[in-house]
Design a binder for this molecule. Sequence first.
Ligand SMILES: NC(=O)c1ccc[n+]([C@@H]2O[C@H](COP(=O)([O-])OP(=O)(O)OC[C@H]3O[C@@H](n4cnc5c(N)ncnc54)[C@H](OP(=O)(O)O)[C@@H]3O)[C@@H](O)[C@H]2O)c1
Length: 307
Amino acid sequence: MTEPRRLLVTGGTGFIGKVLCRRLVQCGYKVTVLTRKRSAALKALPLPGIDFVESLDELGVNELWFGVVNLAGQPLDSGRWNRERKVEFRDSRINLTKTLVSWMGELDQSPEVFVSASATGWYGHWHDELLDEGSRYNTGYAQRLCADWERAARDGLPKFCRGCQLRIGIVLGPHGGPLSAMLTPARFGLGGAMGTGVQWWSWIQIEDLVRLICFLLEEDTIEGAVNGTAPNPERQKDFAKILGGVLGRPAIVPLPGFLASLVLGEFADEILLKGQRVVPARALAAGFTFDYPELRGALEATIDVPR
Ligand SMILES: NC(=O)c1ccc[n+]([C@@H]2O[C@H](COP(=O)([O-])OP(=O)(O)OC[C@H]3O[C@@H](n4cnc5c(N)ncnc54)[C@H](OP(=O)(O)O)[C@@H]3O)[C@@H](O)[C@H]2O)c1
């Protein structure tokens, strides 16, 4: 009998990571999660077949790894973006990614594949331009964070390790993530346009994202930046309208841009009030198919709506 292939996952206890780890175990991988706190991780992911380590030093250099999936990162919506928080955003992404890449280089045999998270923020802010992996970027805080994060995942990667930097959009899942924050106001009919509402939101249903990560692990023709978004982004005001329709609540009360900026600061200015219209050109070209290409279907599959 062949040994199961081993994967190291960071951020495995998070909103995306928990769904991913379950899927990886179902697919027959042997998963080890690198976490800051093993006891909390055991509670977050009470699954047989998953090991937890708190440091890469716990792993021997002669152990054989098929791949590494890197999802760790201090959440960007964890309060106002002050100086300390920005240091945490960078440390938890860029420094951790550099440490991982250097650890891979020290192994007797390097992993075959490294899938590392990034975000659609890599493109910066745009109006209506369709953005694929060949598009240019506009600079800004989130853009620089993503660009440095991707560079850390690329530079110094062992020669025979295939690297994919996954530019993830707004992930729609039932337990946590951005949708959870939108649901309460939307259920009270308060989920209207934010600012002008014409900004594009590029989104992806969590099951599609997790399937895409599994696809990237196995599809050895694909390398470099890959957009992790559904093929049909929506303007924020249309997103709000479709969400209201799924909930059976009209999305009528707008959130003025100045108020969002006042309350949420740079997070509102960088993430909510401006956006980018991103399409998953490389995933589609490589043959990946989305179960949820349209927003309405994705929301209906995600939200538990009493009928
Ligand atoms: N969710 C989205 O819509 C979305 C969109 C675009 C990009 N992304 C990116 O995708 C990745 C996963 O997203 P997610 O929503 O699953 O994130 P999440 O739920 O916040 O989980 C991220 C994980 O990262 C680890 N982590 C958190 N703060 C850390 C810190 N200060 N230092 C080191 N590790 C830390 C935690 O693992 P331990 O507690 O086990 O250490 C946590 O479980 C993130 O890097 C995020 O930026 C997410």
